[in-house]
Write a protein that binds this ligand. Structure first.
Ligand code: FA5
Length: 337
């Protein structure tokens, strides 16, 4: 039953104003979802709500007052519903299920990772050699002695095959000790010409120190065609060194020996700010015995090959002085690249 059955239009409208003022205040000051719900029941409740009572009052008013009251009532109803929605939204933003978690506090930003410096180096090397016309080749890390030694002109008695210098597997296979295996695989699988680079992990039981690891990465290059000379090797490696380490880099070829190249050289590099010549890898003209092993005609084609240590290149580029830092996954270190 309505509290007032006989009020004039004027008092009825004043009551509506008062109702709106009280209700909006109740919603605005509600500090918890429970308080919003209590205010909703009190003002907007379908059974005993005060808005419902105000609606019922319409019937008691004289006919000529009904239109004004009805319009004002609709405005109050909308204002109360909007205040209720706003209070709910405000508290939903601040708390989840009322459990005290303030979701309006600044969040913990997820750490965005990036590619490992060695992967960045590998990508860059592939890019540079790609521009020089080299395609990318791949080969397995678990190899056989044919690809790791025999086809590379490394005879059974050669010290490089010493069990103490290799990770041999019980089945007679091995973890490849150099990416030169991929030279063999490429030439076995296609006729000349061949112009590829291959990047991959290699394994050697070397004692770990600041410049050596038991697992590291190499980039292998191979260019075989008619008329390839040592001059091509030098210019490709010089172009590469300048692209990767800068215009002021100097490159030196030091006579050396590898069973699969003849002549063979070590590639040293010297650059501004460095501490002296650093050996980056080996290279040479592909030995005719390797061509024989893969079925290439050594009377018709010549070629060069090179193998560079990716860790060493990456370290020189970034001024990293200990190879072990590259494998520890310490984000304080990795974040710098
Ligand atoms: C070779 O592995 C030859 N296959 C390179 C080659 C390819 C010669 C084609 C001729 C033609 P070497 O053992 O020197 O060569 O290794 C090449 C490079 O790998 C080294 O110069 C060095 O940069 C890197 N390297 C070698 N051992 C390690 C190691 N334990 N840790 C990190 N890097 C290494």
């Amino acid at each position: 039953m309505s509290t007032s059955t006989t009020g004039t239009l004027e008092t009825a409208l004043l009551d509506l104003d008062e109702l709106q003022g009280e209700a909006v205040l109740a919603f605005e000051s509600a500090a918890s979802p429970e308080a919003v719900e209590a205010a909703r029941v009190e003002y907007l409740g379908q059974k005993q709500g005060r808005l419902k009572a105000a609606q019922e009052r319409l019937r008691t008013l004289p006919n000529q007052a009904k239109k004004s009251y009805g319009q004002r009532f609709n405005g109050v109803k909308q204002a109360l519903e909007a205040a209720c929605d706003a209070a709910r939204a405000r508290l939903a933003r601040r708390t989840v299920g009322g459990d005290g978690i303030d979701v309006t506090l600044p969040g913990i930003a997820p750490r965005l990772g990036h590619r490992h410096p060695l992967s960045q180096t590998a990508d860059e090397l592939i890019d540079i050699f790609g521009r020089l016309g080299f395609a990318v080749a791949r080969g397995p890390e678990v190899e056989d002695v044919h690809h790791n030694f025999d086809a590379l002109n490394i005879p059974p008695v050669h010290p490089a095959r010493d069990p103490l210098d290799n990770f041999f597997l019980p089945d007679g296979g091995m973890l490849r000790s150099q990416t030169s295996t991929i030279q063999v695989r490429v030439m076995e699988s296609q006729p000349p010409p061949a112009r590829v680079v291959a990047i991959g992990r290699v394994y050697r039981p070397d004692t770990v120190d600041a410049t050596h690891s038991f697992m590291f990465h190499q980039i292998e290059g191979l260019f075989v065609a008619e008329g390839v000379t040592m001059g091509h090797l030098k210019s490709v490696l010089r172009l590469f060194a300048k692209s990767y380490l800068g215009e002021d880099v100097r490159i030196r070829f030091r006579p050396s020996f590898f069973p699969f190249t003849e002549p063979s050289v070590e590639i040293d590099m010297l650059w501004h700010g460095g501490r002296g010549w650093v050996e980056m890898g080996g290279a040479g003209m592909v030995d005719p015995n390797v061509f024989k092993a893969v079925g290439y005609d050594a009377e018709r084609v010549t070629g060069f090959a090179f193998g560079l240590g990716i860790e060493r290149l990456c370290m020189r580029r970034h001024g990293i002085d200990d190879i072990r830092l590259l494998y520890q996954n310490d984000v304080r270190f990795l974040d710098q690249f």
